[in-house]
Each structure stands twice: as structure tokens, then as C-alpha cells.
Write a protein that binds this ligand. Sequence first.
Ligand code: ZN
Length: 338
Amino acid sequence: MFKKILSAVLVCILSALCFSACTPMQTENTSSADKGRFSVVCTIFAEYDWVREILGSHLKEASVTYLLSDGSDLHHYQPSAPDLDKISECDIFIYVGGESDEWVQPALDTIKNPSMQTVNLMEILGENAIELPQPKIRLSKLDKDGDGVIDENEYVEPDPIYDEHVWLSLRNAQTFCSAITDVICNVDSQNEQDYRSNLDSYNSQLAALDKKFRIMFSEAKKHALIFGDRFPFRYFTYDYELDWYSAVDTCKKDFQTTETQIKALAKQVAYFHSNTIFTIEGTDPSVAQAIIDLTEKKNQKIAVLDSGQFVTEKQIKKGKTYLSSMLENYDILEEALN
Ligand SMILES: [Zn+2]
């Protein structure tokens, strides 16, 4: 009997803990006059922060949800039943639209709000999305003739996959904020002037930081970034024409690195006289350290660049914003490249 009671208590405690840890972050809708004006659901932190900036003083009149506020990895996120309810009933749903968002279309197929507006960042980027490198697929004669004989010389191109870390470009961010503002104005035209004015002010800040990066990189002594980690900064490095070398081409979480790759990266460190090996937030620095251990000087630093992929509610409450995170990256990069 005692065991039964104990397990029941434990289940209750665990459920309560899970509920508090797994509930997405949501801004308060505090104005009774405007209560229920509209709701926005965002998948990633950057989208959530951009919406806050565009709404400005009207933020308290809307309800804005950030789905991954427990720091979940967007590459492995699957919505819970309450998340799906939120999406189904919201007025505006903002998502990245890349390969990690395969769950989105089935979710949208069941929406309860027929007038919901969606913002798909990858779709907005269109042909400016950057294709990821993929090995060609060897075509066997089995595929063609059914005899199972491999023809070593025939390959097929795989379907293209595009890099989904689109928010890491300050230039893309301006395009996305403009598109998000258009949709917010459609839903709440009453405050259109304020939203457009907030957008102008915010896009000016994004453009100013983009310029600051451009000047810093053009004057920097070094122009190559060595990552002992997965690599989500393809759009960022593309904007500033930076060379980059990483332990893995993509942003897969459980990547494998061979000794040959680590040796090759150590040679790049020596070639570019790099004093810093980069990792991204929340990952194990062991690959970066292995690279350093193979260099002659072994005195390089490991620095963490923030890719904004695992931002938690706690960090937001402490004041983290998209711009503050990019500014921190600026300081780290400025030190590393000079
Ligand atoms: Zn990623």
C-alpha cells in the first residue's frame, strides 16, 4: 500500500516537473481591453525575439509563444499535444521550414483556425537558401536492369537539402522581420503604423550591426574560422565571405569525427595561424581540444559562438535577445581574428 502511495506521489511530482519544464514560454496577455486580440506561435528563439521587437509596446496585448523555450534542439524537436493545440488555434504561426520541420505540414493539416497565417522562413528565402553538400548516390545496375551488378561509373544526384540556419544572417533577419511585420499588420491592422515604425527601427539596428561585422572582418588580420564542432554558421560566413573549416559539414548532433579530419583541421590551424578553435553553445569541446593537442603550439583558445539554437526561458528572462547574442559573437570574433 505504502509503495502504491509512494509511486502515485512520485508520478504526480514528475508530471508537475515535466509540465513546468516542457511548457513553452508565452508572453502575458495583460490588457483586458485587448484580451485575445491575436496569438503568435514561433518555433525558434530568433522568430520569437523578432516578434517581440515588432510588437513593441503592443506585446502585452498579444500572446506570443516560443515553442523550444526548454532549450530543445530544433533538429530533434517533436511537438507535444499541448504544443499542437497552441499551433492549431493561433493566428500566426512562424517556422523555419527546413528539413527539421517535417512535423509542420501534418500539424497544419489539422488546424482549427481557418484564418491562420503562416510564415515559412525558408520559403521567404527561396533561391537564396544555401544547398548543403551531399555525396552522390552510386547507381547500381540492380536499379536499372535488376541484375545486381554494380556499375562503378554511374551516379545519381540526390535531392537537394538546404541549410536551415537561416536566422544567423543579419541580412536574412531583416527580410524575415519585414515579412513577419506584413503578416502581423494583416492580423491587427489597427496598429499597423506602430508595427511598421518598430520594424524600421529594428531593421536599422540589424543593418548597423551587419555593417559593423563587415567593417571588422574587412580590417581583421585573419579570415578563416576553424570549428571543432558541427557547423550552423553557413549563412553568416557567406555574408562576409569568410573561410571556414569544421569537424562536420552540417549541424547533426551526434556527428563522428575521424583522426584524419582532426589532423587536417590542426594543419589548417597552423596554416592560418589561428589562435582560436570555435565550438557552438551547449556542446562538448573534446573535438576542439583534440585539434589543439595536435598543433605544435597547443596554446589556442576554445571559444563558443552562439548559434541561438538552444535558448532557454531562463536566458530570455535574464535579457538575452537576438541582437545581444550576435553582439557577443562580434566581440568573440573580433578578438579571435586579430
Ligand atoms: Zn543546427
